[in-house]
Design a protein around this ligand. Structure first.
Ligand code: ATP
Length: 232
């Protein structure tokens, strides 16, 4: 259906294998993120973090188990409607030759300048943009302005936010930010009230989250808040 989502995400005993491999990538994975909360996902390279993200907008179906959004199986949503309401920021920002404004509005061509600026502010990139010649009209790319890795990451977070996602997934997309900027960014995302899933290598990012999932070889090693994990 085209139902509007609120953003509660629950994995129930999820198993997953890629179609062309015969080894399980995710095994018996269960957890829940309540609408509006932030969950950090940690784990070594290859532990299945990015795979987990791909299952939520149904880029792949689960091998076994269920994923629920607002208590409804994700298979009961129209894929298009699901993808429209989920924002995904990849590890590598994919910017194109065009203005800053066009790059932010990429997934929402009819975004107003006001919406674009609001997203840029929340993503902590507005001040950088205001310092560029031509600001939001500055052209990015080889012959235009070249942004740093961290600036590109923030621009691509702004791009996801401008669509007002109900669920926001950040795949290590704050890796190039300094700790202070990252903490401010994660706090300012709260204004969008979206459920946020962040894959991260950094314990400082995880500390900003409401809860933390630690994956090892596709299994949930532990789950809890930063404080409770430190105590154990
Ligand atoms: P990283 O931190 O390096 O991004 P990750 O925890 O996100 O790693 P995944 O990218 O989810 O891990 O990969 C988990 C496992 O699935 C790895 O062993 C990887 O080789 C395998 N894998 C990932 N994508 C595919 C694919 N499209 N087809 C087959 N196997 C894949």
């Amino acid at each position: 259906s085209n139902r509007e989502i609120c953003g509660d995400v629950e994995f129930m005993g999820v198993y997953f294998e890629y179609p062309d491999t015969d080894r399980p990538i995710l095994q018996d994975l269960s957890f829940r993120v309540k609408a509006g909360e932030t969950i950090a996902i940690l784990g070594a390279t290859g532990s299945g973090k990015s795979t987990l993200f791909q299952l939520i907008p149904r880029l792949y179906g689960t091998t076994d188990g269920n994923i629920l959004i607002d208590g409804h199986d994700i298979r009961s949503y129209k894929q298009e409607s699901l993808r429209k309401q989920i924002g995904f920021v990849p590890q590598e920002a994919l910017l194109f030759t065009g203005t800053v404004k066009e790059n932010i509005a990429w997934g929402k061509q009819d975004a107003s300048l006001e919406e674009i600026i609001k997203a840029a502010k929340a993503a902590q990139i507005h001040q950088t943009i205001m310092k560029l010649p031509k600001q939001y009209e500055a052209v990015l790319g080889q012959k235009g302005v070249n942004l740093s890795g961290g600036q590109k990451q923030r621009l691509s977070i702004a791009r996801a936010l401008v669509r007002n996602p109900k669920i926001l997934m950040l795949d290590d997309s704050t890796s190039a930010l300094d700790l202070k900027t990252e903490a401010i960014l994660l706090k300012s995302l709260k204004e969008y009230k979206c459920t946020t899933l962040v894959i991260t290598q950094k314990i400082s990012t995880a500390a900003e989250a409401d809860s933390i999932l630690l994956l090892e070889d596709g299994r949930l090693l532990t789950e809890g808040s930063h404080d409770s994990l430190l105590k154990n």
